[in-house]
Design a protein around this ligand. Sequence first.
Ligand SMILES: [Zn+2]
Length: 143
Amino acid sequence: MTTIVTTGRTDLDDLFKLSDILQHKNLSHTPFLAFVADGETVTVRLVSSADELVESYAAETPVMIQWAGKWRSDFFRMTVADVAWGLERRRRARAREQQPGCSICGGSIADGYRPREDELGWLKLCRGCCESYDREHPRPALR
Ligand SMILES: [Zn+2]
């Protein structure tokens, strides 16, 4: 079996949160590179969206992508399974945001917003859930 060794950063949380690579429909500047092994041959394919990657390639397929910043540009390495996980987490976060009522108990929204623990957005909470949240997440004292 052919071993494919990729290289790059592995802190995918930041990549998935801060870049638009999961939602972008045509990554023409920085496509995903998918490394497909067939016998002794490895073919590197350019894939222009996360959806296409997950729909068309096996979960264990090694993947690299470049994230171009303003001052520097980094490569990341992952597998198709990682991308699928990122898409799924994003989908769930969006579903929760669109859900009416309190994000925790489903009750009517009365009081406000609290940051989600994965920092992907906000929880809309009723008064009771806000109070519970604040008890469980004490804010650091201001200096
Ligand atoms: Zn609630």
